[in-house]
Design a protein around this ligand. Sequence first.
Ligand code: ADP
Ligand code: MG
Length: 146
Amino acid sequence: MERQVFSYSVVRTGSFEDVGLISTEIKKKLEELGVERNIVRRVSIICFEAEMNISLYAERGGNIFVAVEPDKVDIYVEDDGPGIEDLEKAMQPGYSTAPLWVHELGFGAGMGLPNMEKNSDVFEITSELGKGTKIHSVVFRNKDAA
Ligand SMILES: Nc1ncnc2c1ncn2[C@@H]1O[C@H](COP(=O)(O)OP(=O)(O)O)[C@@H](O)[C@H]1O
Ligand SMILES: [Mg+2]
């Protein structure tokens, strides 16, 4: 299989019900390509949390790129939203600035970024206040993945 690249725009529709549509789409694509179940699961979690964060925090939306290769899946996430003031803090489990209505819907547990990191083999995040946030995540398709 050659390198397959997929690109998605996360547009803020104002409807919270749309969050998850893109990560579901990505999951389907990977399944179609025959990517191992466990790898699909990890990439789906990473993409869902990315989609959620763009929807919640980046008012102008953002992009998710997924590149599937024989030995790995690369995920690039970028937005030109407000950026993150203290990355170290944001990466801590349980830290969240999500508004009350998000908590009332059962989200905003502050586990999104930590879960993205946990499910990645390589996880790089950069952010600049007033500029935006960029994430590069790699999930290796090792031989024993099923
Ligand atoms: N793309 C983003 N742009 C701006 N701030 C973000 C972004 N992603 C995450 N954050 C900040 O990092 C915090 C932690 O994110 P996360 O671990 O996903 O938890 P949660 O979304 O549940 O709050 C968020 O509450 C928010 O303050
Ligand atoms: Mg989150």
